[in-house]
Design a protein around this ligand. Structure first.
Ligand SMILES: C[S@@+](CC[C@H](N)C(=O)[O-])C[C@H]1O[C@@H](n2cnc3c(N)ncnc32)[C@H](O)[C@@H]1O
Length: 370
């Protein structure tokens, strides 16, 4: 057996039994020297899937070729990086192809919650919006299958915060990175409320295709915009700001995918329009991000988690925003009885629910302009 960069190349006669462990990027492959070049066959077993090379028909092919190799690669995306002289093979498309696919993923969790008899919200559109890809992502491995609770708790908390803000006089909601959120269709909102959804073009096109002629309960406008386009977003904020007396900004599930610099810059731009008075956002602690990066590394290659400020909610203060309240996602999920076992046992331990950079923590937070 040869070794290369944490990888193994097994001689053609060897058999191998293995199981992909959580978070591991693993593939196995067969290489054969054919008259017209190299033949390569690459397989990506799914997390938790046991496999045995000796049972695969390709092994017989590999054995038949004098130059055949069977290999197993740990945490190397492309076996050809280290087998010189071989032509490249096409990589399979990742399940999460880009950051907008994360909207399909979380919509699936909303669909699952909505189908429960004791659902804490009901989103009748979520299943169709999530589509097959949303379901595949949410079912990609044991960790994701057990991780609907933070999204259910976050949605539940955001619903409450939004209703409170409207009761207190908000006449506009600007939902940044709205994705496949269907609140303007599913919540009891005043018909006079202005609701603006902003997201990237592809996901909003998908949403409009699914929602077709469904009627929203309030005045809904959709804007296709890349929020990293600073000049365009400043213009949008100015336009929206001039149409509201008191606007609530929502950015549910967006900040995790931005850097600290990007979040700081967005926060400062949002602080400019006078009518933008409150901001509902969610984020996690550095300890949580580290854990998620480890557990979801294989799925999140195209949409890595980046934002988890060590300063916690204080991060936003120099950028113009003051914390009003933070509701722990974990504690809320415990209250709603959505935590899987054995996490539900941790919820019994005394915990203030306050931000702590060194412990897994995430919250739905309401900020007001300083
Ligand atoms: C996890 S999803 C959250 C969607 C929705 N807020 C929800 O909670 O269901 C992240 C969303 O951020 C959007 N997004 C990420 N970067 C963006 C950008 N630069 N401009 C606009 N939208 C962006 C994605 O398209 C995606 O819809």
């Amino acid at each position: 057996m040869q070794s290369s960069g944490g990888s193994q190349v097994l001689a053609k006669q060897e058999v191998f039994h293995a199981k992909v462990t959580a978070g591991e990027q693993l593939l196995y492959f067969f290489v054969a020297d054919c008259p017209d070049g190299w033949a390569v066959s690459v397989h990506y077993p799914r997390e938790g899937e046991p496999f045995s090379l000796c049972e695969l028909p390709e092994l017989e092919d590999a054995k038949r070729h004098a130059q055949g190799w069977v290999g197993l690669v740990h945490n190397v995306k492309d076996p050809l990086e280290w087998i010189p002289g071989l032509p490249p093979v096409a990589q399979p498309e990742p399940l999460i192809r880009n950051v907008s696919d994360t909207a399909r993923w979380v919509a699936y969790y909303r669909a699952e919650e909505s189908s429960r008899p004791d659902a804490v919200f009901n989103d009748p559109f979520a299943r169709r919006l999530a589509g097959e890809r949303g379901e595949q992502i949410a079912r990609a491995g044991p960790f994701l299958q057990k991780t609907s609770w933070p999204f259910v708790a976050r949605t539940y908390l955001s619903d409450q915060f939004i209703l409170e803000q409207i009761q207190q006089g908000a006449d506009m909601v600007v939902n940044l990175a709205a994705g496949l959120d269907a609140r303007p269709y599913r919540m009891a909102l005043p018909s006079t409320l202005k609701w603006i959804e902003v997201d990237l073009p592809e996901i909003l096109a998908h949403k409009e295709e699914i929602l077709g002629n469904e009627k929203s309960v309030c005045a809904l406008e959709r804007i296709r915009l890349d929020l990293s386009d600073v000049a365009a977003r400043r213009q949008l904020f100015q336009d929206m700001g001039s149409k509201a007396n008191r606007a609530l900004i929502v950015s549910e599930g967006l900040l995790a995918y931005l850097t600290e610099d990007e979040v700081g810059s967005l926060a400062r731009d949002l602080a400019v329009p006078k009518s933008f008075q409150n901001w509902l956002l969610d984020f996690g602690s550095p300890a949580l991000m580290k854990m998620l990066q480890k557990k979801m590394r294989a799925q999140m290659t195209q949409a890595p988690f980046k934002f988890a400020p060590a300063a916690g909610p204080e991060f936003f203060t120099p950028h113009g925003w003051k914390l009003v309240k933070a509701e722990s996602v974990f504690k809320t999920a415990a209250r709603l009885k959505r935590l899987p076992f054995p996490l539900s046992l941790f919820a019994l331990l005394p915990d203030s629910g306050e931000f702590n950079a060194n412990r897994p923590w995430s919250a739905a937070c309401l900020f007001e302009k300083r």
